[in-house]
Design a protein around this ligand. Sequence first.
Ligand SMILES: Cc1ncc(COP(=O)(O)O)c(C=O)c1O
Length: 406
Amino acid sequence: MTIDWEGSFAPRMRRAKGSAIRELLKLLDEPGIISFAGGIPDPALFPREEIAAAAQRILGDPRTAAAALQYAPSEGYAPLRRFIAGAMAERGVACAVDNILITSGSQQALDFIGRLFLAPGDTVLVARPTYLGALQAFGAHEPLYEPLPGPGSNRMPESGGSGGARRVKFAYAIADFQNPTGESLSLAERRDLVAGAAALGLPIVEDAAYELLRYDGDMLPSLLALDAARAGGIDAGSVLYCGTFSKTIAPALRIGWIAAPRAVIDKLVLIKQASDLHTSTLDQMILHEVASTISADHLARIRRTYRSRRDAMLAALSACFPASCRWTRPAGGMFVWVTLPAHLDAEDLLRRSLAEAKVAFVPGASFHADGTGRNTLRLNFSLNAEAIATEGLRRLGGVLHRALAG
Ligand SMILES: Cc1ncc(COP(=O)(O)O)c(C=O)c1O
């Protein structure tokens, strides 16, 4: 008898669907395509030699190799946890090693947080638009989404506690250089969010994936730093901070972390155990050695390169896009977010752009928990060199002018 696979899957899998856009973006390997679709770092900026040397050293010594290749504690490699606790202190949060859990990328942190807090029908506050990977990680638990209070509004929904049909379990926020918009929260907005959530007893999940990729101005305090100062320390606070080395060292090592109150970390460790026992020790040891010895020039070079690419993208948008389009001017991160005139559909535009101009981008609707935003799109600026991006935006601008003409 043949198995009815769809009927056999758990009901929560009903929401997990591949998208038509994924199918379209499979065309990206065709020659001549200029893609603004990926959200990925430029591989030329990976510290390849440092990673190779660290791997050599660790595996070349039988003692370190034995530890690197053996099972290990679920919490993570202790020297790496200590290093991260030190880095968090430099960013204004006094943290003990026990406040840090190493995860396999910050994507796993989001997955675990969803598992820890969400039951079907619970509510999560998210920005519209927000990071698609967070919607996917939380979506497995069939939550409802409500909008995170936007700029200028400190209205927080009622209820963080128990009971009621609608339990708001946490707010998910990216304070710096959001994926997909590139926008950041101002200091006043950060303060409002932290104070509003604290007044309700509502946890905040802070996704800090792009925090260090700042190209203009000074760093602002993280939500975690503000909350720890308010509460008198991380353990008395209500922020779960998700960090990653993917954007500054290399995503393939899959090293991220959660900094959170001990009571939360203790539960997350149990989830980590059940999920994958621990993150690869070899990768943690390599990452620790590279991150703790790499020169400040490395991050400076990444920032210089991406700043110049952002500037080239903004200049090309001004030169080539119709005046009726609007876009963000991010001070960091990897993305510019474009809003088209309301009657244009970015998915139709993508089809046309691939066929007529061989240019790809990500239509914006998938970043909206409520399916709105059909006239928006995301452009990545970290991957393409300036001349290629400028040519791609010239071509995409041409498609847009033609679409608007009729
Ligand atoms: C906002 C945001 N959070 C988290 C991640 C996950 O990154 P990683 O799992 O590589 O740390 C990404 C990746 O693009 C992201 O854009």
